[in-house]
Design a protein around this ligand. Structure first.
Ligand SMILES: Nc1ncnc2c1ncn2[C@@H]1O[C@H](COP(=O)(O)OP(=O)(O)OP(=O)(O)O)[C@@H](O)[C@H]1O
Ligand SMILES: [Mg+2]
Length: 451
């Protein structure tokens, strides 16, 4: 199979040299002389890899990397750099570049870099191919995410997920925010025969109505105002792989109609397109609201619901499986201690007691955040309740506010802010975080109280 490669370099000589070398090893090459042109070309077509110079006028290689990753996170990008800009290359690796090549380089260096890309079948191999120095700084790559649970119902769910991974059946994952819906979707993709193909996630709530359709299915040149060129949609990008439609309840009705057609015929129509395009994509959808409500309100198509819900996976909230709390706590402790270069920490008895008592409205995500913050704050090897900032959340005496009728909102606000500051020993960053306001707002309020 011919590999399609996009080369971005402002130097015509470099472009010609690289093109020649890559064609010799059987690749098909497209070139761009600046970042803007590159991003345009990339949005119109599907490439197996991008090679970009780091130092270019107007738009830097790092910006090119970011744009490419924004369109297609899985496309490997290789940076070309001189010794003088090596720091930028390392920075780029942290942002998801696959590798970098130092200038001047031999044809062999290019060939071996390309082989590394195409020989690496999964993330583990990708990590191996990176130099150690970069590995340490690379977030997310080393820390392979696992579904941690000892709860019988969750174990059944994991088994079900493993069994259905092999089929092409559409899956609807339901659960409150932070219960691990995306994690399950990734697990299913990783366990399926599609694991070496793209996993493309689309957040249906993130785009304004009307734009989602072209995001999912692509559009032809000039098909609507603002559609400058042809654009490849996420379904085409996910071909032979899996597409995750996150928060599907937010999908607008025209897109729902199109999605239904995809699920029935496995063909997509680009906006403004004439010919349908066949696709082979496994669809996983998630929702944290009850879709039946949305159906009753006329916001969600009932026929689509039945199509999607071939295999329902319902993840229970953390407060209904509290037996998972100690296990998850232990897991997040180890992970965040390691990620932050701390020795293994342990928690005190009262910490466990607090964690078990809390009702975790934000589910596993909230637990992870609490543990991560505690790890960062802990200056010995034991985590104590004071590291959790949970008293205020639970409403123990210490952090409680007395609600009296007749007290002004301003006064309540003052009390809340002062109590929170007290709780975090005056650390404004943490206080602002807990209060859900910006540090600047917090500073202004404090100034006001000081008057
Ligand atoms: N059982 C679990 N084991 C380990 N980590 C978990 C587990 N469940 C959730 N997590 C972690 O908690 C965080 C939230 O999970 P995820 O993003 O999958 O939730 P979600 O249900 O998609 O939430 P939302 O509805 O807000 O998008 C992630 O960092 C995920 O890795
Ligand atoms: Mg999610």
């Amino acid at each position: 199979m011919e590999r399609k490669i996009l080369i971005v370099d402002d130097d015509a000589g470099m472009r010609a040299g690289l093109t020649e070398a890559l064609r010799r090893v059987g690749c098909s090459v497209t070139t761009a002389s600046n970042g803007f042109e590159a991003v345009d070309i990339f949005a119109y077509d599907i490439f197996d890899m991008v090679i970009t110079d780091v130092k270019m006028p107007r738009m830097s290689g790092i910006s090119v990397l970011r744009e490419i990753k924004g369109i297609s996170p899985q496309t490997p990008v290789i940076m070309i750099t001189a010794y003088g800009t090596i720091d930028n290359a390392v920075e780029a690796m942290k942002e998801g570049a696959f590798d970098y090549i130092l200038k001047p380089f031999s044809t062999e260096a290019i060939e071996s870099a390309i082989n590394r890309v195409f020989l690496s079948k999964n993330k583990k191999d990708v990590v191996k191919s990176l130099s150690l120095e970069v590995q340490r700084g690379t977030k997310g790559l080393i820390a392979e995410k696992k579904i941690i649970s000892n709860n019988p119902r969750m174990k059944e769910l994991i088994n079900l997920a493993r069994n259905i991974a092999y089929s092409k059946a559409t899956i609807l994952i339901q659960g409150e925010s932070g219960t691990g819906k995306e994690l399950f979707a990734q697990f299913i993709h990783q366990t399926s025969p599609r694991r070496d193909k793209p996993f493309v996630a689309v957040n249906c709530a993130a785009l304004p109505e009307g734009l989602l359709e072209s995001e999912l299915f692509g559009h032809e040149k000039g098909s609507f105002t603002g559609a400058f060129g042809r654009r490849i949609g996420k379904f085409e990008r996910a071909n032979y792989g899996t597409i995750l439609l996150d928060e599907i309840s937010e999908m607008d009705l025209p897109s729902q109609a199109k999605l239904l057609r995809v699920l029935q015929e496995y063909e997509i129509d680009r906006v403004g397109g004439v010919e349908p395009i066949p696709v082979d994509v496994r669809v996983i959808a998630t929702t944290n609201i009850d879709l039946r409500d949305a159906i009753n309100k006329g916001k969600f198509r009932e026929d689509l619901f039945y199509r999607l819900n071939v295999i329902p996976l319902i993840i229970s909230p953390l407060r209904e499986r509290k037996d998972d709390i100690p296990l998850l706590t232990d897991y997040f402790l180890k992970r965040h201690s390691a990620n932050n270069g701390k020795g293994i920490l342990r928690i005190s008895e009262d910490v466990l007691h607090l964690l078990m008592k809390y009702d975790w409205k934000g589910n596993v995500r909230e637990l992870e955040n609490v543990i991560e913050r505690a790890v960062l704050l802990c200056d010995s090897d034991v985590i104590f309740p004071s590291h959790l900032f949970m008293e205020a959340r639970i409403g123990d005496k210490k952090g409680d506010l007395t609600l009296k009728v007749g007290v002004s909102v301003k006064e309540m606000e003052r009390q809340l802010i002062m109590n929170t500051l007290n709780e975090v020993k005056g650390n404004r960053t943490y206080a602002a975080d807990m209060l859900g306001i910006s540090i600047r707002t917090l500073r202004n309020k404090i100034k006001e109280y000081d008057k």
